[in-house]
Design a protein around this ligand. Structure first.
Ligand code: ADP
Ligand code: MG
Length: 271
C-alpha cells in the first residue's frame, strides 16, 4: 500500500489496487525472416497483494515477461505500467527506481559462494546505498541489521556467518529470498525459483515465499512449470504458451480434473 492510501479521506488510486498492468505487450527478438516473437500481445493485471503463478513450458516466454515487468527489457510494442511506471516510456532512472521497489529471485540462486550468508543478503541493498564504493566488509550497521531481520524472516538467522556455499540448495534459495526482501519491495518476481530443487526443498521454498508474501502484503508473480506447485502456491494462474496468454484462472476450488485440462492448455501432455 502506498502512503497515499494511508491518509484518511483520500481515495485509493489505481496504483494502490493494480500493481501490474500489462497491455498488449509484444516482444520480438531479431528481425526479418529470423524474427522470433517471444511475447505476443500479452495482457493481464495483477492486483496489489495478489499472488500469481505464471505457468508455461520452457520457451513459452516466462523469463522474457518477468524481465519486462522488472524494466530490464523494452517491449517491441504495447507495454503496461508497473507500480505506476510506464514500461514503454520510462527513462533509465525511472526504471532503476522501479527496480528498487521490486525483489527478484532466480532459479540458480546467484549467491556469492565465498561470502557469508549475511554479506550475500546485504548485497540486496546495494541498489540504494550511496557514497564511495563499498568494500565487502563495510556495509553500514543499519544494512547489516536489516539483513539479519530478513534472515530471521526466512528462518536462517543462525546461519548468518556461514559461507554461502556450505548451505543446501533449498537454504541458498531462502537466502536469495531474504536478499530480495532487503529493500522492502512491493513486488516480488521469481523465475522458476524451485526448478533446481528436490521436491521437499521445493515445497519448503514455495511455502516460505507464500508466507513472506502474505505477511508483507507483497504482490507476487512467480514463473513455474509444474501445475501442482502453481495450484498450491498461487491465488491465480496465468498460463503462457508460445508467447500468448492461454489461460487466466483463480485457483480457488480447482480439482485435479481441472488441473489436467489446464495442463493441456499450456501445451503439456497430460500424465
Ligand atoms: P521461458 O522462460 O518460458 O523458458 P523465455 O522467455 O526464456 O521462455 O524465451 C521465450 C523465447 O524467446 C524462446 O524462444 C527464447 O529462445 C527466446 N529468447 C529469449 N531471450 C532471447 C534473447 N535475448 N535473444 C533472442 N531470443 C530470446
Ligand atoms: Mg525461463
Amino acid at each position: 500500500m502506498t502512503a497515499a492510501a494511508l491518509v484518511p479521506g483520500r481515495e485509493r488510486t489505481d496504483e494502490d489496487r493494480v500493481a501490474v498492468r500489462i497491455d498488449a505487450l509484444t516482444k520480438r527478438f531479431g528481425s526479418g525472416a529470423a524474427a522470433l516473437t517471444a511475447l505476443d500481445e500479452v495482457s493481464f493485471r495483477i492486483g496489489a497483494g495478489e499472488i500469481v503463478a505464471l505457468l508455461g513450458l520452457s520457451g513459452s516466454g516466462k523469463s522474457t515477461l518477468l524481465k519486462h515487468v522488472n524494466g530490464l527489457q523494452a517491449p517491441t510494442s504495447g507495454g503496461g505500467t508497473v507500480l505506476g511506471t510506464d514500461l514503454a516510456t520510462a527513462k533509465a532512472a525511472e526504471l532503476r527506481a522501479l527496480r528498487r521497489r521490486i525483489g527478484f529471485v532466480f532459479q540458480q540462486f546467484h549467491l556469492v559462494d565465498r561470502l557469508t550468508v549475511l554479506e550475500n543478503v546485504c548485497t540486496g541493498a546495494l541498489g540504494s546505498l550511496r557514497g564511495p564504493r563499498l568494500g565487502l566488509f563495510t556495509y553500514p550497521r543499519p544494512v547489516r541489521e536489516a539483513a539479519l531481520d530478513r534472515l530471521d524472516r526466512v528462518g536462517l538467522a543462525d546461519w548468518a556467518f556461514q559461507r554461502a556455499d556450505t548451505l543446501s540448495g533449498g537454504q541458498q534459495q531462502r537466502v536469495a529470498v531474504a536478499r530480495a526482501l532487503m529493500q522492502e519491495p512491493r513486488i516480488l518476481l521469481a523465475d522458476e525459483p524451485v526448478a533446481s530443487l528436490d521436491p521437499e526443498s521445493s515445497g519448503q521454498v514455495m511455502r516460505l515465499l507464500r508466507d513472506v508474501a502474505t505477511q508483507s502484503r507483497l504482490t507476487v508473480l512467480c514463473s513455474l512449470h509444474q501445475v501442482d506447485v502453481a495450484l498450491s502456491f498461487a491465488d491465480r494462474i496465468v498460463g503462457l504458451r508460445r508467447g500468448r496468454v492461454v489461460m487466466d484462472v483463480s485457483t480457488a476450488g480447482i480439482g485435479r480434473e481441472e488441473v489436467m485440462r489446464l495442463y493441456r492448455e499450456v501445451g503439456a501432455d497430460p500424465e
